[in-house]
Design a protein around this ligand. Structure first.
Ligand SMILES: [Zn+2]
Length: 133
């Protein structure tokens, strides 16, 4: 009779996962910027909640920035497998990718882990180039 299930816990993990992929993609962008002028579109990693997914998704600069401008939105490969209906809804569908928006607790988590939050941004300003060692 118990209704307590894996639901809530799993959702949270999905949110963390997606935030992790988002951070990886921010690094991808950083690296392309350091090596030279990023050649757009850049190939990013699908930001769906599946930790075994390494699908590549290519976005133009405008597309990437527009997804990043909202901490709750992520881009995923354009198919149902990369979309988790319990945790998000599809905002936009294109041939190359879908944009999904996290809802509820996952949305709050996504905001919390936003790599472009104010704190992150100002720490980057203080250390524009981090030297190792
Ligand atoms: Zn995926």
């Amino acid at each position: 009779m118990s209704e307590t299930s894996i639901g809530g816990d799993r959702d949270g993990r999905v949110g963390e996962n997606q935030s992790l992929f988002r951070e990886v993609n921010e690094r991808v962008l950083e690296v392309t910027g350091v090596v030279g002028v990023p050649i757009w579109p850049v190939s990013f990693i699908c930001e769906c909640g599946h930790d075994s997914c390494f699908e590549q998704v290519s976005l133009s600069r405008e597309e990437y920035e527009s997804v990043r401008s909202n901490p709750r939105t992520f881009f995923v490969a354009p198919s149902e497998e990369h979309f988790i209906p319990e945790a998000e809804w599809v905002l936009q569908k294109t041939e190359r990718f879908w944009v999904v928006e996290k809802v509820g607790e996952d949305g709050a988590l996504a905001e919390k882990f936003d790599p472009r939050s104010e704190a992150e941004r100002s720490s980057l300003e203080f250390h524009p180039r981090q030297q190792q060692g």
